[in-house]
Design a protein around this ligand. Sequence first.
Ligand SMILES: [Zn+2]
Length: 162
Amino acid sequence: MFLFAFYACGVWYLALRFRRQWPAFVIVPAAAAVTALLVPVLMAANIADVGLYLMLSAEAAVILLVGLFIAILPRAPQHPHCAYCRYDLRGLVGETGRAVSDGPQQCPECGMPIDGFASVRRQRAKVFASATDVQPLNGRDVAAEVRSMSAGASGAPAPGKV
Ligand SMILES: [Zn+2]
């Protein structure tokens, strides 16, 4: 019984890995065909009951339909693009897809940082670390420091207000 699920998940993983490429459109129908062909083979050998035949047929149909759906899912663009909205950033960023110092730091379409999720996480971690820093205050206005850090964050929503 678990074998059915593992088999299906393996096929779907390959479909995802090779989506929109020819191997996905070979692997998925082949895997479904193998499952479907087990039915006449088992029937000829007369070693299984009707329930198993039905289950194998259903397995083949589900593998085929879900597998083909996964195989047509879009791939990430090969050119530099915004990690949030996939806006085409060609001509706005360097060869590596990273923001260049004299170029825009934010996506012109959605306003999120061009460097992607990592720069937002770094910024949030920095603000969180300083906001939760357990040190004697010594008269420091921690709230004001956090506010100024948040104001410096390029386009990222201020933590604590999320
Ligand atoms: Zn964007």
